[in-house]
Design a protein around this ligand. Structure first.
Ligand code: SR1
Ligand code: MG
Length: 403
């Protein structure tokens, strides 16, 4: 019989106590369940006297955001711990250390990052993170390059891809990002005040063509091992440090999906500032910071990815075919912009929203933010295949903001 059951706080403490080299045997441990995500239990376990602490994360056999009616594989705990370990080896210092993975209880014990904040909340508070573009572009360039056919032996890559098949978590993304927002799906959730916007999404054939092409890439283009859910709620941050968490959606997919997730979530915060009572100049200044971050992330990613390719590329044809690198990087940019748009649309009309917009108390302001996020998202989706420069993203955001 399986030993799996959802843990309570006392059981979580007992498991943590057995971890070698972390807590003293007689330590008085305190435990709180702090999970505020859509899927898992997260226990914070600490010995306040010794100032030591860990995080114990346990997968539930269903999607917490919906309830037991939506069963979900426990194997995602294995995917998450293996992805964290691999990412940590490729991008040292940019993910939490993993101390233990227990397959029976579907749990991972990892480094506590309580001295960091969830980036989404940091952005909502108006904090600036000057090192973030450098950190996340390194994370993206190194994890994507070294798990792709450009940077890893192609037979080894195929074998690695087997253990990251992740069909159930991919299905969530296929439905919630690339299908449901574009039809009158039961899972959709949006304020009645923007029903006209939702209906416009359901009836926009030009948009559907672009989303279908991006969906096809997500389904078929196993370019590299993705984090798979790289929104600002999957990033712990301080002004000095960035740690990427929660890669339970990891699978081999199109690189632009991870890059677009980061860009799209910064732009969701940009749209949400429509609803903040910041003085206009302050708001526009923060928006400029967000847009600069977006362009910096792309520019630094491009430079770092190309440097890795020039130094460590393993594929003779890809290394030497004239024009291939330029063509590859252009396609990555186009994909990133298209996926960024999809990420924005789903967070306004789909099942799972973002606090940046949802927590705006003033209904009129929230509606303005939602409409702006949709204008930006739709315009990025429609633009994606014509993009040759990141400046086109900035122009599209400015036009959508002025409309
Ligand atoms: C049912 S899960 C809803 C969303 O939460 C996760 O963070 C993913 O973004 C997923 O789409
Ligand atoms: Mg998550």
């Amino acid at each position: 019989m399986s030993a799996y059951h959802p843990l309570n706080e006392t059981e979580a403490i007992e498991i943590a106590r057995k971890l070698e080299g972390v807590f003293q045997p007689d330590a008085k441990l305190a435990c709180r369940e702090i999970g505020d995500g859509n899927l898992n239990l997260v226990f914070h376990i600490a010995d306040p006297a010794a100032q030591s602490s860990i995080i114990l994360k346990q997968a539930l056999p269903y999607a917490k955001v919906v309830g037991e009616s939506w069963p979900l594989t426990l194997d995602r705990a294995r995917i998450e711990s293996e992805a964290l370990i691999l990412e940590g080896s490729l991008a040292p210092g940019l993910v939490p250390n993993v101390y233990l993975y227990d397959p029976e209880l579907a749990l991972t014990i990892m480094e506590d990052l309580s001295d960091h904040v969830i980036m989404r909340q940091g952005l909502i508070n108006g904090t600036r993170y000057p090192l973030f573009a450098g950190h996340i572009s390194t994370f993206l360039a190194r994890t994507l390059f070294f798990t792709s056919d450009l940077g890893r032996n192609q037979q080894e890559k195929k074998l690695l891809a087997r253990s990251f098949a992740n069909p159930e978590l991919c299905k969530i993304t296929e439905d919630l990002i690339f299908d449901d927002p574009y039809r009158d799906a039961d899972t959709n959730s949006f304020d009645e005040s923007i029903r006209d916007e939702a209906q416009a999404l359901w009836n926009d054939g030009e948009l559907h063509l672009e989303v279908a092409l991006l969906r096809e890439k997500f389904l078929t283009h196993g370019q590299a091992l993705l984090h798979g859910d790289l929104h600002t709620g999957s990033i712990f941050i301080t002004p000095e440090s960035t740690k990427v968490i929660d890669p339970e959606f990891a699978y081999f997919g199109p690189m632009g999906f991870d890059i677009g997730a980061v860009l799209g979530n910064l732009l969701l915060n940009y749209a949400a500032r429509e609803g903040l009572d910041d003085a206009d100049a302050e708001r526009e200044d923060y928006r400029a910071y967000l847009l600069n971050s977006v362009t910096d992330i792309w520019s630094q990613f491009e430079a770092k990815f190309l440097a890795l390719w020039n130094e460590s590329g393993v594929d003779r044809m890809a290394n030497s075919a004239p024009g291939y690198k330029e063509n590859y990087m252009r396609r990555l940019l186009q994909d990133a912009i298209g996926f960024a748009g999809c990420k924005m649309v789903r967070r306004v009309v789909g099942l799972a929203h973002v606090a940046d917009i949802d927590k705006l108390e003033d209904a009129a302001a929230r509606e303005r933010a939602q409409r702006l996020a949709l204008r930006i998202g739709k315009s990025l989706i429609k633009l994606n295949r014509r993009v040759v420069s990141i400046d086109q993203l900035t122009d599209a955001v400015h036009s959508a903001s002025a409309a």
